[in-house]
Design a protein around this ligand. Structure first.
Ligand code: BES
Ligand code: ZN
Length: 455
C-alpha cells in the first residue's frame, strides 16, 4: 500500500488540474442543447481512463453514451470482480445569477472546488479513478478486477442503463457495486449509507381557456388554471407536512428502535441544519426528527410551478394553462407504480370540471436498502475508517439512485454507498462545491477498499 499512498500524495496537483478539465464540460443531461457536451465529456473520460492504464470504451445508447473502463484481466482470473458506478452528467446550473463564479469554470477557494458536478458526481467518482491510477502506475497488483461504469443519464432517471446492464450481464457480473454518489454528515464523520429513498416523477398541466385572456374582460367568468392548480396542490399536504392522499402511506414499514437510536447519533443537529439551509425554520411531520424526515419518510414535493406571465412588470391575464413538476420520495415497501396510481386517482377526483387535466408520467424507482453486516459492507467500513481515521456511521439518505435496484435485479449485486459529499456542498443548487479533503481522503478510501474487499 505504501507506494500507492505515496503516489496519491505526490500527484494531487495534477489530479486537480485534470479534475478541472473534467468539470469544464457542461454535461447537463436534462437540456437537449448540451448533447454535444455530454459526448465530449464521455470521450474525454474514455481517453483519461486509457491514459491511466484502463481498457476503456464508449458505449452509445439511445440517449447519452456510457463509459466502460476495466482493469486488465489475467486469463482465467480468480480475483473478485467489482463494479464502480458513477455518472458524468450534471443537473442544470440555473439560476445562473446566483453563482459566484460561472458553473463550468471551476474555481478553487481554500480547500473547496466550486463547479456544477463537482460533488455530484464527477469529483466523488474521480477519486476512485485516481486510486486505481495509483495502483496501475506504481505497478502495485490490484487484488480485485474492476469495471468502471460511468453513465450520462443519472440525473434524468438512467433510462438507458437497464438495457445496457441486461445486454452486458456476463461482462458486468460482480460481487458488489461500489458507488460514491451520496453524502457524509461532516468532514470528519465518514458514513456508509444503507438506504436510499425511491422516487416517482410526474407533471400536471391544467388547461383552461384556449388562450390567455384579458382578466378584466373575462376574469371571474372563466376558471383560472393557476388558481385551480394551487388549490389542488394545497390539498396534497397538511400544514404540518402530513400527506393527505388516501393510500399514500399504505404498507410503510415503521423505523425500528435500533434505527431510531442510530438516527439520534447523526452528528448534524437540527439547529446546524437550519443554519446551513438558510430557512426561517425547519419543517416537518410531527414525531420525526429532521434526520428521519429527510431520509426515512416519504414526501410530495413541488419542484417547479409555472403559469401565466413571468416577465417584468404586470400583465393582466387569465392564463390559458398552469403546470407543476412534482416528485414524491418513497421509502421501503412503497411501490412506485402503486403510489403513482393513488396519486393520479386522487388528482382526478379533486380536479374541478372547469379545467382539463393532463398528467405526464416521468421516471420512477423503488427505495433501496442493504444490510450493513455483509462481508463487503464490513470491508467498506474498515476502508472508511482507515482513510478518515474515524469510525464511520451507518445512515439512510433521502436522495435516490434509481439504478441500484437494477444492479440487484439484473446483476444480483448489492451496492456499497460510500458517499464523499457534504451537506453544504450545494448539490443541485447554485455554487455547488466539493471538498478537496474529501477528494483526497476518498482516493485513499478507494485504495484501501480494494485490499479490504479482497481480504
Ligand atoms: N447523487 C444523487 C443522489 C443522492 C444524493 C443520494 C445525496 C443520496 C444523498 C444523484 O445524483 C441524484 O441527484 N439523483 C436523483 C435521482 C432522480 C433524478 C431520479 C435524485 O435523487 O433526485
Ligand atoms: Zn444528483
Amino acid at each position: 500500500m505504501q507506494p500507492v499512498l505515496h503516489y496519491l500524495k505526490q500527484h494531487q496537483k495534477r489530479f486537480l488540474a485534470e479534475f478541472c478539465d473534467y468539470l469544464r464540460f457542461a454535461s447537463v443531461s436534462a437540456q437537449p442543447q448540451h448533447k454535444k457536451d455530454l459526448l465530449g465529456c464521455a470521450r474525454w473520460l474514455v481517453a483519461h481512463c486509457q491514459q491511466i492504464g484502463l481498457d476503456a470504451r464508449l458505449c452509445p445508447t439511445a440517449g447519452h453514451p456510457i463509459v466502460v473502463a476495466k482493469t486488465q484481466r489475467a486469463k482465467g482470473s480468480a480475483q473478485p470482480h467489482f463494479m464502480v458506478y458513477g455518472h458524468y452528467d450534471v443537473q442544470p446550473p440555473e439560476p445562473l445569477d446566483l453563482w459566484q463564479s460561472p458553473p463550468f469554470e471551476p474555481r478553487i477557494q481554500g480547500r473547496n472546488i466550486f463547479a456544477r458536478g463537482s460533488t455530484d458526481n464527477k469529483g466523488q467518482n474521480f477519486a476512485h479513478l485516481k486510486a486505481v491510477e495509483a495502483y496501475l502506475k506504481t505497478g502495485t497488483p490490484l487484488p480485485c478486477d474492476l469495471t468502471f461504469v460511468i453513465e450520462g443519464e443519472e440525473e434524468v432517471g438512467s433510462e438507458n442503463l437497464d438495457k445496457f446492464l441486461t445486454g452486458h450481464r456476463r461482462e458486468l457480473a460482480c460481487a458488489a457495486v461500489v458507488i460514491s454518489d451520496t453524502g457524509m454528515p461532516t468532514p470528519d464523520c465518514p458514513a456508509l449509507t444503507c438506504g436510499l429513498r425511491g422516487i416517482i416523477a410526474f407533471e400536471i398541466t391544467l388547461h383552461g381557456p384556449a388562450r390567455d385572456l384579458h382578466s378584466g374582460i373575462f376574469g371571474g367568468a372563466v376558471e383560472n388554471p393557476a388558481m385551480a392548480l394551487a388549490q389542488m396542490l394545497a390539498q396534497a399536504r397538511s400544514a404540518q407536512g402530513r400527506i393527505q392522499i388516501p393510500g399514500f402511506y399504505a404498507g410503510i414499514v415503521p423505523l425500528t428502535k435500533y434505527e431510531r437510536a442510530q438516527n439520534k447519533r447523526y452528528p448534524l443537529k437540527d439547529a446546524q441544519l437550519k443554519k446551513l439551509l438558510g430557512a426561517p425554520r425547519l419543517f416537518g411531520e410531527c414525531g420525526f426528527s429532521a434526520t428521519e424526515q429527510r431520509s426515512a419518510r416519504p414526501t410530495f414535493e413541488i419542484n417547479g410551478l409555472t403559469s401565466g406571465y413571468q416577465g417584468e412588470g404586470s400583465k393582466t391575464i387569465v392564463p390559458a394553462w398552469a403546470r407543476a413538476k412534482i416528485t414524491c420520495r418513497l421509502v421501503p415497501n412503497q411501490k412506485p407504480e402503486h403510489v403513482r396510481k393513488v396519486v393520479c386517482a386522487w388528482l382526478k377526483k379533486i380536479c374541478p370540471p372547469t379545467v382539463r387535466m393532463e398528467i405526464t408520467a416521468g421516471h420512477g424507482a423503488e427505495a433501496y436498502h442493504v444490510s450493513p453486516t455483509s462481508a463487503p459492507a464490513q470491508a467498506a467500513l474498515r476502508a472508511l475508517e482507515k482513510a478518515f481515521g474515524r469510525k464511520p456511521i451507518l445512515m439512510r439518505e433521502g436522495g435516490s439512485i434509481p439504478i441500484v435496484n437494477q444492479f440487484k435485479k439484473i446483476l444480483g449485486a448489492d451496492s456499497l454507498l460510500l458517499g464523499l459529499g457534504l451537506p453544504d456542498d450545494n448539490a443541485h443548487s447554485p455554487n455547488e462545491k466539493f471538498s478537496l479533503d474529501c477528494f483526497e481522503k476518498g482516493q485513499r478510501m478507494s485504495a484501501y477498499l480494494w485490499q479490504e474487499l479482497a481480504a
